[in-house]
Write a protein that binds this ligand. Structure first.
Ligand code: 6AU
Length: 267
């Protein structure tokens, strides 16, 4: 389906190349799934991309949990993401001052050289967003920052005035692709969407077709409800990579998320 029609107001309100790129990718794959490929080996990540690539729109990594990481091995992950038509999202959750963040975007893992998206906390102030973009510019590349406005884990502190301030500053910065919202609580998400408006993405972890509590304080909500409440991408990890058939699970999350988008926009 045509991306503009599927996404409705979100498409017409978001002009940055990276936002359009994500929405077009999602429309091609008929999926709002961002896979959290939280496997500890390069082979594990690569296998997962081969298995589920056609059912997802973005690949989220934690590069520092890959035990056998090498630059060459990671170049294969980037190539696999390209071959499967995926945005590559490093969930680094930067939190330092702008200049250090810029250096951390380079560093051992060279994140600026291969990531399309990164996460950052705004706890240290808005210069962190400039730090990320300066690093992408150093490598002649462009990217987008997702700011953590809410979290899915129990007892987290991203609520109230802090969450409001993240949205306020984030909306003022063109380099902010969007916000991380809490997929496990649709009413919190609706509230976040009302504050964010249409001109930024909201991506939501904490979703699983099996709603309930996960390991170590993680909480899960239903993917369809998250999209209806205003989520633009469901971040799914163990619901896919721990499934007996990751491909079947990814297809089910793709169907749930894409049909919910069409229901939301009336497309
Ligand atoms: O589906 P799971 O629970 O296996 O994986 C969820 C993924 C993990 C977390 O690092 C990440 O989503 N995450 C985030 C992100 C995306 O920033 C924020 C949050 O509040 N909760 C959360 O689980 O890779």
């Amino acid at each position: 389906m045509d991306a503009a029609r599927a996404w409705g107001e979100r498409w017409s309100s978001m002009h940055t190349p990276i936002a359009r790129r994500y929405m077009a990718t999602a429309a091609r794959s008929k999926s709002l799934v961002c896979l959290a490929a939280d496997r500890p080996t390069l082979a594990g990540v690569l296998d997962l991309v081969q298995e589920v690539g056609e059912h997802i729109a973005a690949l989220k990594t934690h590069v520092d949990l890959v035990e056998d990481w090498t630059a060459d091995g990671w170049a294969e992950v980037r190539a696999a993401a390209d071959a499967a038509d995926l945005l590559l999202f490093e969930d680094r959750k930067f939190a330092d001052i702008g200049g250090i963040t810029r250096n951390q975007m380079h560093g051992l893992y060279g994140i600026a050289g291969w990531s399309d998206l990164v996460t950052a906390h705004l706890i240290s102030g808005p210069d962190i967003v400039d730090g990320c973009h300066a690093a992408w510019a150093d490598r002649g590349r462009e990217g987008g920052v997702l700011l953590l406005a809410q979290m899915s884990s129990r007892g987290n502190l991203l609520a109230g005035q802090y969450s409001e301030a993240v949205v306020h500053h984030g909306l003022a910065h063109d380099g902010v692709f969007g916000f991380i919202g809490n997929g496990s609580r649709p009413h919190e998400l609706e509230d976040l969407r009302s504050r964010v408006g249409n001109a930024r993405m909201i991506w939501t972890p904490g979703v699983n077709l099996a709603v309930g509590d996960g390991a170590m304080g993680q909480r899960y909500g239903d993917p369809r409800e998250a999209v209806l409440a205003g989520s633009d991408a469901i971040v799914v990890g163990s619901g896919i990579h721990r499934a007996s058939s990751p491909a079947e699970a990814a297809a089910a999350y793709a169907e749930a998320s894409w049909s919910a988008l069409l229901e939301r926009t009336g497309a």
